[in-house]
Design a protein around this ligand. Structure first.
Ligand code: PHE
Length: 349
């Protein structure tokens, strides 16, 4: 007897499942539901029969019948979902399926390092200023104390382009892709009065042959501080602190005299090589020192060009190559990698 009911149960299951796959529309689904799950359906009849058994048998068969009921109810839900989406002519959409992952990019290592340097300077009260990359020769050279034909212009040899727009005085002004960020010293002072403390990150261009440490386009960070009584001592303190904040407290700096027409006196700032800890390696050419930046006290001629009274105010300026600092920081040995767009390089940062 019990076997009969178990067999019936198995038959209902086989038939219901087989029929389920051919259901096309709501009407057919409803028919199927009534046939198997309805009040007078196959399962109800089965439950009635089961009710006549002894407790233990009833429990056993009841459990099996309930499981089948659950399974058929689930199928019913799936079937109506299926016809619903078919009916609207849409593809079925499973909102619980994992999506297609969108790869996330990161900032370029140069941008990351620029952000780091700027964060150090902002914490010391510096303002961040940005300006144009296509610059008048007047700002790139003349106002920086390098008049036409001054031999110092050779240090920043570049391509000169004549502007197509005749200026008011009838002379065509010449423009260049700026060869350093120093012209922004003058641009910034057109809208500011001392005291000022500012840094200028930005792209520069030079007529350079490309190799592992030279590119035709690169990034600089210019700095300018003007106030009453500013001295070389202030400059050394600021630059020493910045390099220590960037590379670690153990680094030392060294100052060498140098020449830039827009500063007097001019200096080159070196940092102790943190790669070999001054034992001598290929990065520091076995000298133990790394050239970090040019700097100096702003030349009185330049202060006057800025409209600043050079009798009252003094200032210092510096210019560092962001590419070089970034390369030292991350241990990158070829500047060209930065501009290659090679994802194998970029994904490491
Ligand atoms: N502009 C100089 C260069 O590109 C660097 C510099 C900036 C030097 C400010 C002194 C003061 O080499």
């Amino acid at each position: 007897m019990i076997d009969d009911v178990a067999q019936k149960l198995a038959n209902i299951k086989t038939k219901a499942v087989a029929e389920f796959f051919s259901l096309q529309n709501d009407a057919e689904i409803e028919k199927w539901r009534v046939k198997y799950l309805g009040r007078k359906g196959a399962l109800s009849a089965l439950f009635e029969e089961i009710g006549k058994f002894r407790t233990e048998e009833r429990q056993y068969l009841g459990k099996a019948a309930n499981e089948l009921k659950k399974e058929l109810e689930e199928k019913l839900r799936a079937a109506s979902d299926r016809t619903k989406s078919h009916g609207k002519g849409e593809e079925s959409f499973d909102e619980t399926a994992p999506g297609i992952p969108v790869p996330r990019g990161t900032k370029h290592p140069l941008t990351q390092f620029t952000d780091r340097i700027c964060a150090v300077f902002t914490s010391m009260g510096f303002e961040i200023v940005e300006d144009r990359e296509v610059e008048k020769v007047e700002y790139n050279f003349d106002k920086l104390n390098m008049p036409d034909n001054h031999p110092a212009r050779d240090m920043w040899d570049t391509f000169y382009i004549k502007s197509q727009i005749p200026p008011a005085n009838g002379m065509f002004h010449e423009v260049v892709l700026r060869t350093h960020t120093s012209p922004v010293q003058l641009r910034a002072m057109e809208t500011r009065k001392p005291p000022v403390r500012l840094v200028v990150p930005g792209r520069c261009y030079r007529h350079d042959a490309t190799d592992a440490s030279h590119e035709t386009g690169f990034y600089q960070l210019e700095g300018l501080v003007i106030d009453k009584g500013v001295s070389v001592a202030n400059m050394i303190y600021v630059l020493d602190s910045v390099l220590k904040r960037l590379f670690g407290n153990f680094v030392k700096i060294r100052i060498r005299p140098s020449f830039f027409p827009f500063v007097e006196p001019g200096h080159e700032i070196d940092m102790s090589c943190m790669i070999c800890e001054q034992k001598g390696c290929s990065v520091c050419s076995k000298t133990g020192w790394l050239e970090m930046m040019g700097s100096g006290m702003v030349h009185p001629v330049v202060l006057n060009n800025m409209g600043v009274d050079s009798e009252l105010y003094t200032g210092f300026a510096f210019g560092m190559g962001i590419d070089r600092l970034m390369m030292l920081y991350y241990g990158v040995d070829d500047i060209r990698l930065s501009y290659s767009g090679d994802l194998r390089f970029l994904k490491q940062f």
